[in-house]
Design a protein around this ligand. Structure first.
Ligand SMILES: Nc1ncnc2c1ncn2[C@@H]1O[C@H](COP(=O)(O)OP(=O)(O)O)[C@@H](O)[C@H]1O
Ligand SMILES: N[C@@H](CCOP(=O)(O)O)C(=O)O
Length: 299
């Protein structure tokens, strides 16, 4: 892509793994897969270059542009290139990465000087829940609420642990996976579910990884309702236990399943997953500590 050197700017947004078991719509970590946009010259109409397939638009109907225009309606059109290794509709926050990239593009090109808090609030209003967009912006581990359309997000430190993502070849749209959830929980269930999530946060914040791992597998909000869409979750969790896993949980709305386990177990664990007939991709990831990064290549 021909770029005006004075205009070249890159925005890099990490993938995210939300919920961590009992932190439904509240907890998330940023992980080391990235969407990067490289902004080129001004144009008459928006031009989005990518090799993400024909379902992803190349014009102003692209999610990144739509988000940018929602934030800054009179934003000057540009050409930009999108490169991403975040798989679409797999539970690794691809839509959040696109929304965050759109907000950052509007902020940079429109010289809006939005604070991180304002960006998270805007991104959450668009995405509907904060657990992906907040760590995508802030990096690391983020605890959030979004109640009566008001966001609060607090960044913490996730312990130095290795993650193995099992990424099935099939897509599962977040909307589809939310449709199987109950409309209501009883008061008793809600109290139990909330207390498990709260204690998980305390365990993570104080480095009690063994307790944290156990609590990550005790979600009462969503995983049991989603099991029919992600039958591999129970199999992988069981295999993980044989290999000293700290925890296995459904990443976001799935179908990706995340296992936290010692890296020396990764080969044997992966082999057993294959022997169980599970043929998805297995990817080693770490926690991204930086969140969204802006690079100005030439000023
Ligand atoms: N980089 C992108 N550019 C445009 N649209 C995107 C991009 N990434 C994701 N999307 C849109 O978001 C959808 C997936 O969103 P969602 O169902 O929430 O899954 P995920 O768990 O990956 O966020 C894709 O099918 C696509 O329509
Ligand atoms: N809390 C949400 C998280 C969705 O994450 P995604 O990566 O699947 O978009 C949910 O569980 O629905």
């Amino acid at each position: 892509m021909e770029m005006n050197p004075q205009m070249q700017m890159q925005i890099r947004v990490p993938a995210t793994s939300a919920n961590l078991g009992p932190g439904f719509d509240s907890l998330g970590i940023a992980v080391t897969l990235y969407l990067t946009i490289t902004i080129g010259e001004k144009t008459d109409k928006w031009i989005v270059e990518h090799d993400m397939g024909s379902d992803i638009p190349n014009d102003e109907s692209n999610m990144i542009v739509k988000t940018a225009l929602r934030i800054f309606p009179s934003l000057q059109a540009h050409r930009f290139k999108v490169e991403s290794d975040i798989p679409l509709a797999r539970g690794l926050g691809s839509s959040s990465s696109a929304i965050v990239a759109g907000i950052e593009m509007a902020d940079q090109l429109g010289k809006m000087n939005l604070t991180k808090e304002e960006k998270i609030q805007l991104a959450t209003e668009i995405e509907g829940h904060p657990d992906n967009v907040a760590p995508a912006i802030l990096g690391d581990f983020v605890v959030s609420t979004f109640v009566q359309k008001k966001n609060t997000s607090i960044k913490g430190h996730f312990p130095e642990l290795q993650l193995l993502a099992y990424i099935p070849s099939n897509e599962l749209l977040t909307t589809e996976s939310r449709n199987v959830l109950p409309k209501e929980l009883s008061f008793k269930e809600a109290v139990s579910a909330g207390s498990i999530g709260n204690t998980l946060v305390a365990a993570l914040m104080t480095g009690r990884t063994e307790q944290a791992g156990r609590l990550m597998e005790e979600d009462l909000y969503h995983e049991r309702y989603r099991l029919k869409l992600v039958p591999h979750l129970a199999k992988i969790r069981k295999i993980g236990h044989k290999h000293n896993s700290m925890a296995t949980y459904l990443s976001g709305a799935g179908p990706t399943v995340m296992t936290i386990l010692p890296m020396q177990e990764a080969t044997a664990f992966s082999q057993e997953i294959r022997e169980a007939g599970l043929l998805g991709e297995i990817v080693a990831l770490e926690v991204d500590r930086q969140g969204t990064v802006i690079r100005k290549l030439k000023s």
